[in-house]
Design a protein around this ligand. Structure first.
Ligand code: AMP
Ligand code: ZN
Length: 114
């Protein structure tokens, strides 16, 4: 997709700090990290969001999810990490190319109950 930021990163039209690259997937550091580690993992295929995924994407999505652990460990997150997938307007998705946020370091629980 011509105007998609993440497709531009895939094509090398805009720079990124890559941590993983294969035929299907690319991972790079988020430009505005919310924690000590904040990686964005994307399929190279332009898929807008989880709402646009179907049965033909089962293997791709599985591969992405399994890779999250590997990348998190490589980033030193041996105690655990958070994965976030914002989906559509209602989910606060800003970049309309499916991505998994891999976040870790000293992060608080997601839901505060007090
Ligand atoms: P979302 O709100 O789930 O769509 O998240 C989009 C994420 O992409 C945000 O955390 C941004 O900081 C990140 N982002 C946007 N542009 C870039 C870029 N050029 N390189 C790395 N991360 C980016
Ligand atoms: Zn794209």
């Amino acid at each position: 997709m011509d105007n998609c930021i993440f497709c531009k990163i895939v094509r090398g039209d805009i720079p990124s700090r890559k941590v993983y690259d294969d035929g299907d997937l690319l991972a790079f550091h988020d430009i505005h990290p919310v924690a000590q580690v904040h990686i964005i993992l994307i399929p190279k295929l332009h898929l807008v969001s989880l709402m646009d995924a179907d049965d033909s994407h089962t293997a791709l999505l599985g591969k992405m999810l399994l890779l999250t652990s590997k990348l998190a460990k490589e980033q030193g997150l041996n105690n655990g990490f958070r994965t976030v997938i914002n989906t559509g307007k209602g989910g606060g998705q800003e970049v309309l190319h499916l991505h998994i946020h891999i976040i870790g370091g000293n992060i608080p629980p997601m839901v505060r109950r007090d």
